[in-house]
Design a protein around this ligand. Structure first.
Ligand code: SF4
Length: 471
């Protein structure tokens, strides 16, 4: 994959996909990890009533979103009661300004971050660096991406697009030391750098997996200890959350822990689950002096009441990416925005503009595997179709496609036209084929035959055969 697709947001899904499919390293990496994660996810639910778990989680999300204003107000009151502060950001620019304002208030020069897709969404690192701060990503995968100057390509495995061999080469080049070809040695090399950064940092920035309105607790789930160090070592902790992350009660957390860990990595529980309620209290040995929660809207309240409401149920587990036949071939960078895969094909057009990302609703075979894999049973296929409908309503559909559908509709509305069309198409297609297969279709069908042949139609159609049989 060229550096531009891996390093910058873009709107060229088709070009980026073409490159991705031709990159043997990427294909190996995608094949290895997506299959493994899917198998582990499926095995982890054995013996459990997955449907009942999903129903329970959907019920909690539905309740939280139905009374979002109330639960967000309750969350703010709870965080303040625990000694923290809450800031509201209507969009990415405001979120960046809020975080920069907090950093200035405390005279911050060095920042450590644990993995946060929301901070990617608002392009926070660039803003902090432009203001003269040193920013270090501390999740191993994110640290590697920072060294490479690339963007994450998966929700829970951000460096999934790199093979072990490429990771070692990157570490050797950037850390300027020899490192044995072994994951433990590679992690140790990164750890040696990161420990120093934790020690020097003034501010730690994290995402939020869940925020409990009842208690003001933010929950951060990770498989590395970096989130704990990020939230406890620096003087200031800033947690950045999308407003949909609020859940009503502390007891609601249990069901999400069970679903998230299993769906993300096939584990029964995440390795590290941090529950943070306000800053360090008098007498406590560690924790930050100040805790700030930044709640981001960025288009979420706009989609709360419509056809795309279920997209706000997403707990960013990545299961829909791993199972998706499109993601498995093109990887995360092809999607162009922050969020990839089936849920990215919904979120990116909704957050960043449908006309710019008009390819994404079509980046799906609508096979339904994403909905089956999703721990919240989010109806992604339905939302993709709704986005396609919106594209047609807004006149964003190409002329040729509109023409084809008009002709198709006319044919379906008239049996005589339909039969004539079938007869003509069969004759035409049979002329193009040989030995039962067509090697190259013309026009819009050419993409289909680029990597496989198209079956030649039978000599006599179904209706003719029925007639032959006297039926
Ligand atoms: S849509 Fe569902 S499967 Fe996909 S990341 Fe979100 S919660 Fe996971």
């Amino acid at each position: 994959m060229t550096r531009s697709y891996a390093t910058h947001a873009h709107k060229d899904f088709v070009g980026a996909s073409r490159e991705a499919v031709g990159d043997p390293h990427l294909q190996t990496a995608l094949q290895r990890l997506t299959l493994r994660l899917t198998e582990m996810q499926q095995a982890s639910f054995e013996g459990l009533d997955r449907e009942a778990m999903r129903e329970r989680a959907r019920g909690v999300k539905d309740e939280a979103l139905s009374h979002l204003d109330r639960y967000l107000a309750e969350l703010e009151a709870s965080v303040v009661r625990a000694g923290g502060r809450v800031h509201w950001a209507s969009d990415g620019a405001e979120a960046r300004e809020v975080v920069l304002g907090i950093a200035r208030e405390y005279g911050v020069r060095r920042v450590v971050k644990s993995k946060s897709m929301t901070s990617e969404e608002v392009h926070l690192n660039g803003a902090l660096e432009a203001a003269g701060m040193e920013v270090t990503e501390t999740d191993f995968g994110e640290f590697l991406l920072q060294l490479a100057g690339e963007r994450p390509s998966h929700l829970v495995a951000p460096v999934l697009h790199k093979t072990r061999e490429r990771i070692r080469a990157l570490l050797v080049e950037k850390l300027r030391r020899d490192i044995p070809d072994d994951p433990a040695h590679m992690a140790a090399a990164a750890r040696a750098v990161l420990r120093e950064r934790f020690r020097e940092a003034d501010m730690g920035i994290t995402g939020v997996n869940f925020a409990v309105a009842e208690t003001g607790t933010v929950v951060i789930v990770s498989n590395e200890g970096n989130a704990r160090l990020t939230t406890t070592a620096p003087r200031v902790h800033v947690a950045l959350m999308g407003i949909e992350k609020v859940i009503p009660r502390f007891e609601d957390l249990g069901i999400f822990f069970k679903l998230l860990a299993r769906s993300a990595t096939g584990q029964k529980m995440p390795v590290y689950t941090s529950l943070i309620t306000g800053p360090r209290r008098p007498g406590e040995a560690d924790g930050p002096e100040a805790f700030h929660l930044v709640a981001l809207d960025n288009g979420r309240s706009r989609i709360l009441g419509g056809a795309f409401r279920e997209s706000l149920y997403c707990i960013r587990c990545g299961a829909c990416l791993n199972i998706c036949p499109v993601y498995r071939k093109v990887g995360g960078h092809a999607y162009g925005g922050v969020y990839a895969g089936p849920i990215g094909s919904v979120l990116t057009p909704l957050y960043d503009g449908l006309p710019d990302y008009h390819h994404l609703p079509h980046a799906s075979s609508l096979c339904g595997a994403c909905q089956q894999a999703c721990p919240l049973r989010i109806d992604i296929p339905h939302m993709l179709v709704a986005l396609r409908g919106r594209l047609a309503e807004e006149g964003e559909t190409p002329f040729l496609e509109r023409l084809i559908y008009r002709v198709w509709r006319a044919g379906l509305c008239s049996p005589r036209l339909y039969r004539a069309g079938m007869w003509a198409a069969r004759g035409l297609l049979r002329r193009m084929g040989r030995d039962g297969w067509i090697a190259g279709l013309p026009g819009p069908g050419a993409g289909w035959t680029q990597v496989r042949d198209f079956p030649m139609p039978a000599e006599r159609g179904f209706r003719e055969r029925l007639r032959d049989l006297g039926l």
